[in-house]
Design a protein around this ligand. Structure first.
Ligand code: ZN
Length: 175
């Protein structure tokens, strides 16, 4: 049975480590980690979660965009495990958009990201996938990829003026 994992928060040094490449996608450890991340991100109303957020320094994350309490306008997609993910190319256009992070509760920030990216990752079946992602899903991918390099969204904001509390965010954008 998949189990809910504890999400570590800003201040835990693991969030600042560079995560290691996954060598054996089919190993029990990695397959169990994927299962557990899938239930953990759903329970937390997240749209993505990276392995370092549960104190596992592996290059893998889940992208699970769907409308929920924290992101009412998110597009619907099948939750997808992305292992050893990379950005191959990106648009010149950047867009600012609101982000939160399960490891930084209570804060939202407006973060500039590339609007469109071409990405590559290994699926949990071991197959290599190439995909173009745009807008909100591209934003999730970039946010989660940053976690694998020890970067959090606070490092990407242009000004501290772009930070607000979760409560004020809910007032600005009532779901
Ligand atoms: Zn995050």
């Amino acid at each position: 049975m998949p189990e809910l994992l504890e999400v570590i928060e800003l201040g835990n040094p693991i969030l600042r480590h560079k995560a290691q490449l996954v060598e054996d996608v089919q190993s029990n450890r990695i397959q169990t980690l994927v299962e557990n991340l899938l239930v953990t991100v759903k329970e937390a109303n997240g749209v993505g979660i990276a392995a370092p957020q549960v104190a596992q320094s592996d290059r893998l994350f889940i992208v699970a965009s769907r409308p929920n309490l924290r992101y009412p306008a998110a597009p619907m997609m099948e939750p997808t495990a992305m292992i050893n993910p990379r950005i191959l190319a990106h648009s010149d256009e950047t867009v600012k958009g609101w982000e939160g992070c399960l490891s930084i509760p209570g804060i939202r920030g407006e973060v500039p990201r590339d609007r469109a990216i071409e990405v590559e990752y290994t699926g949990r079946d071991g197959k290599l996938h190439k995909q173009e992602l745009t807008d909100f899903v591209a934003r999730i991918f970039q946010h989660e990829l940053d976690h694998l390099d020890g970067i959090v969204f606070l490092d990407r904001i242009e000004s501290t003026q772009d930070l607000i509390t979760e409560r004020e965010y809910q007032r600005l954008f009532p779901g």
